[in-house]
Write a protein that binds this ligand. Sequence first.
Ligand SMILES: Nc1ncnc2c1ncn2[C@@H]1O[C@H](COP(=O)(O)OP(=O)(O)O)[C@@H](O)[C@H]1O
Ligand SMILES: [Mg+2]
Length: 328
Amino acid sequence: MMNWTKDPELQVQHLTMRFGGLTAIGDLSFDAGRKQITALIGPNGAGKTTVFNCITGFYKPTEGMIKLRHPDGKEFLLERMDDFIITQKAKVARTFQNIRLFSGMTLLENLMVAQHNTLMRASGFTIGGIFGSGHFKRAENEAIEKCKYWLNKVNLTERADDAAGDLPYGAQRRLEIARAMCTNPRLLCLDEPAAGLNPRESDELNKLLLSIRDDHNMAILLIEHDMSVVMGISDHIVVLDYGRKIADGTPNEIKNDPAVIRAYLGVEEDENEVAVGSVKVADLVNEGLAVHANVPTRTVPKVSASPKKPVATKTVVKKPAAKKGGRK
Ligand SMILES: Nc1ncnc2c1ncn2[C@@H]1O[C@H](COP(=O)(O)OP(=O)(O)O)[C@@H](O)[C@H]1O
Ligand SMILES: [Mg+2]
């Protein structure tokens, strides 16, 4: 197994993100290897989603550097770029902890919209370009082919014309990944893609992610609570607790790391000996302790954000399970 530090796609260095008095991420450094699945794990509130928000330009970090290097050698300092440029030029795509699809649009439409930028470029940004040139027609055909490819890949071809909001939860999760892939990313960031999936669906998800890594040579950054997914498919795991990195290694190294077990069980300092000696992360997995619902929830007081960009609060998006969007 190639080491991620030798040829990283992404280098996060000394990343700090403060919201008022709260340090959501403190001096975090890690590398994510090319063609590797890097999992970012840790208890609720550990700062995982905030890391994604910094990488994708949704937040401007308080300090630190986030460097992305494409296989052709092109480098991007993401902390200095606006979010839409990060998507277009640095080619970072993400999915959200709470699904954000256009629920009233069909699956096909969702995937076409994802390719809007490519199509607009092909049109030369003029109406003449859209109607006049074969160039646009070719680009449009390619976009449709891409939709077909990804619909098939996520097993949703027969539902192509249904409203996205009418899909079962697990299928919406897969569609979100397909939509992200339609933007031709180099780095794919997935925020809890297995949340709410049944074991069969999460098994399918594993296969999909491995295929994206292997058949499309992608670097994947994965936030996930489901340890069967994390341990099953990750090449590299970074563990956060209270915004700090407490462990970094292969799944095998992480499984037996005392600090990780402490973080997951929430053991007090003087109880360490007992817990650490007798429990392994693998046991937690077996007992279902490390699975989403049972991970200890940290209640940290919310302080209003003061990022350089005026993103004051988290956008609250309802879970699709509760929201019956789309046509009925
Ligand atoms: N916009 C924000 N304003 C204030 N606090 C925030 C904001 N975004 C995240 N936080 C805080 O940062 C901490 C880490 O949150 P988050 O990154 O969502 O954790 P995780 O994804 O690991 O569960 C939490 O305490 C959260 O309340
Ligand atoms: Mg989160």
